[in-house]
Design a protein around this ligand. Structure first.
Ligand code: SAM
Length: 270
């Protein structure tokens, strides 16, 4: 077959390393969940996934979609593969969940929207595990611990909404065609299905980490009045000098509840 030219605008770097492919397959949870793949590309990972479980794969690129339809005609016909031709973020806007029963997201993600996709997977109630290839820096943010210098809004969300979040292994640029300019990592997240991600909490965290090296009280003052912050910090025993990465996830949750949620309730009764 003629070599397919990778499209930069869709973040296309095709994984060509069989060892990496089999390590991804080995890291799949042993459960009965469906699998969702985002960006099957030329189908190298898809081919391995359909051998194990039923898969739904979302691909935005029309050229690749056409190739995949021919390449996977048999699994599509027998129902073990469902190929969806769409932008996955639009699919999430329309249907809230990428599958109607519990699923694990397993994918080599397009890096330009990887963070967004992981956040959407946190919001998707049907998604239980997220096992994805992303840029190493992104994986470090989602798996960071409190007080690590990489600890950010993404780390807080990950800590509060997952039971486990860690990097399984790194993947060098040579494992792809064309090679990306960055090192990649496989990120493993087991969500805590009893927790719900709140979009407003996410926006609050963005404000908290807006200037990561500045004082947290300064960052929060863009969304909460300064006097409220000072009395809240005193009540919770937090120093006014504390920096955003030094605060634990549970403390962020308490600050949000007391400053934003209780503030909203107060306003509605005034
Ligand atoms: N899974 C393949 C592999 O491992 O070789 C390809 C991975 S490549 C890094 C990312 C894939 O995501 C490409 O196939 C690209 O066309 C697709 N993609 C990019 N943006 C997308 C979007 N918004 N919705 C669905 N697929 C997308």
């Amino acid at each position: 077959m003629e070599k397919v030219k990778a499209k930069k605008k869709y973040g296309q770097n095709f994984l060509k390393d069989d060892t990496v492919l089999s390590r991804i397959i080995q890291s799949m949870p042993k459960n009965n969940n469906h699998i969702v793949e985002i960006g099957p590309g030329l189908g190298d990972l898809t081919k391995n996934l359909v051998k194990c479980k039923d898969v739904t794969a979302y691909e935005v690129d029309t050229d690749l979609f056409t190739i995949l339809k021919t390449k996977f005609a048999t699994p599509i016909e027998n129902g073990s593969l469902t190929l969806v031709h769409t932008d996955v973020l639009e699919a999430w806007d329309k249907q809230k969940s990428l599958h109607d029963s519990k699923y694990d997201l397993i994918a080599n993600l397009p890096y330009y929207i990887a963070t967004n996709i992981i956040l959407r997977a946190f919001e998707d109630d049907a998604c239980e595990h997220i096992i994805v290839m992303v840029q190493k820096e992104v994986a470090e943010k989602f798996s960071a611990n409190e007080r690590d210098k990489e600890f950010s809004a993404l780390g807080v969300i990950s800590k509060l909404c997952s039971k486990e979040s860690r990097i399984l292994f790194d993947v060098p640029p040579e494992s792809f065609d064309p090679p990306p300019k960055v090192i990649s990592s496989i990120l493993y997240i087991k969500k805590d299905m009893s927790k719900k991600m709140d979009k407003d909490f996410n926006s609050f965290l963005k404000a908290c980490f807006q200037q990561p090296r500045k004082k947290l009280s300064k960052n929060i003052s863009s969304v909460v009045p300064k006097e409220t912050i000072l009395s809240l910090f005193e009540e919770l025993g937090i120093s006014d000098n504390i920096r955003p990465h030094e605060v634990s996830s549970s403390l962020y949750s308490q600050i949000y509840t007391k400053a934003i949620i209780n503030g909203r309730k107060q306003n509605s009764t005034d």
